[in-house]
Design a protein around this ligand. Sequence first.
Ligand code: NDP
Length: 617
Amino acid sequence: MPLPQELVDPEALGFDPGKITDRYSAERARRMRADGQAQFIDITPESQYARYLLDDHYAGAATTREPLTDEVEFLVIGGGWAGLMMGARLKQAGIEDVRIVDAGSDFGGTWYWNRYPGAQCDVQSYVYMPLLEETGYFPKERYAYASELLEHAERIGDHFGLYEKALFRTWVTDVRWDEKAMRWIVSTNVGDRMRARFVGIATGPASRPRLPGIPGIDDFRGKSFHTSRWDYDYTGGGPEGGLDRLADKRVAIIGTGATAIQCVAHVAAGARQTYVFQRTPSSVAPRGNAPTDPDWAKSLKPGWQRKMMAAFDKTLAGIEVDEQLLETEGMFRTFVHVRKLMEKVDLSTLSAEEMQQLFQLGDHTTAEEIRRRVEDTVQDPEVAEILKHWYYGGCKRPTFNDDYLEAFNRPNVSLIDVSDAKGIDRITERGVVANGVEYEVDCIIYASGFEITSDFEKRLGIPVFGQGGQSLYDHWRDGMRSAYGVMVHGFPNLFMVGGLFCFTLSLNYSGTLEDQTEVLTRLVHVIRQRGDAAQPTIEAEEEWIREQIEAPPTILSSIFGGAAESCTPGYYTLEGTPMAERRDTRREGYAPGGTVYAEKFRSWVNGNLAGLEFMAG
Ligand code: NDP
């Protein structure tokens, strides 16, 4: 049975759903390119692009230290939210011998590296900034800026004594299981060869920047950098803006994802001329930031943060909807529209296909609001047209900003549309060539993103060898294999903390980390009591994979995941790789979301740990 006519009536809706889906298909066809994920340049420490990875303008010259060959109980690779939370939980549980190793010169991870002007978190700080109650801090605003987030990372490090054994500016080059000693050997670029009983890989979902493989990229003679390695010596100013050294510079920004949306207005305000090269526009909704109300903050009762994190996740999963969150959180906008539509039909009569149609109508309603916002803000109608996004909300990360669109009203800002499959023609000694025109510039800023859904080896970037010298990446050749997203057969006492897995469970990475690190710490405790090491059996991995594939999705994961085959390419869809050729990405997440996952993982660890094999030394 089709959806009731009044629901799909263009007049009542204010848009024609058929025309929108046709336009989406046309945009997808225009943007698809045969080289998919291969279009990007791999940045490795060994490659000529290593500076995009290893250069640290924030810290100055590296100091030398003696290589370490000691042993620790728990070594965590990565000092961002995941590593810090793991470290904090272990310390809280009385496991003191914890070492965090990080490539940056301090804690912070994403927020250490991403200091580009305007960098800010899209999830409310009250649920996104971890361990607020434990550290006694309260965020200044609803959406925190990068400097506050970085300071908070340092606060967590201080509060839990995580600086004591931390190793910074240290790049892990090899992680190898020593079967006889039942210890991990962790080697680094400093020459360390440390031993650890437990290793946590907490390198996060977006720690490896990537560059577009544009012909001639090496020929450019001017200044260039990636947004996650911002060079304030060159631009002047800081994360709050004020890029005064750009006043006589012409700047090209390549990319218009979530990062560019936040930094473009600052570059536009500072530079003599700004060229924004756009392949796929982002959807840019209102930010809705506000200072924290001190009376509200004072009124909160102990345990508030956990409760709020849970409410966020339950709303997301449609388990228990928090009406106030729905109203204030832009990420939930489509959910609001879908709910309104649901009230108008008898859901029990709808087929799966009609439900999908209903989700799409909700998504179109949000998209139309956002497209109207572009028209209302950008004065030049041609530029406004180019800035409108034509794809489902689940194809590309939605963004929220109040200055980006306005920047295109400045006379010194040009939007260069490179939206067909070919994109930018090439880069020359002097600048960027697009649509046959050379744009001479002094500086190219690559807002080209990260290895978020690329092959595991590229994303994690660390060689990991388990029992019998097997590579983790061989074990994962056909897709991620794990028990509960955290433990892997053949890799005893190795934990995947957050990263690949938690990123896919909730829009609030910290919320799922909160639960996962707590339960993981309990698991570490059990392993220490019952043996030297533990690993899941191959059957336990199979069982979890079955659970991942068969578990029913939530409304929100249906909204976000349902349109993959009709998306313009991007990292969400592995750059448009056809489903049949993709590894099984269902194994990297869990469709029911963070709340249900946490319950399952907790009851496994608190229960009989079926399928976990304990090993004695
Ligand atoms: P993205 O991968 O989202 O964006 C990269 C951009 O580079 C895209 O616009 C892409 O275009 C463009 N690009 C790549 N190759 C070319 C090319 N050859 N020619 C022209 N353009 C090109 O990276 P971001 O750094 O913006 O964001 C990464 C993720 O980090 C976000 O999705 C989000 O998850 C997270 N993030 C979160 C923030 C927050 O919470 N506030 C802020 C910033 C980032 P195309 O789309 O056509 O491929």
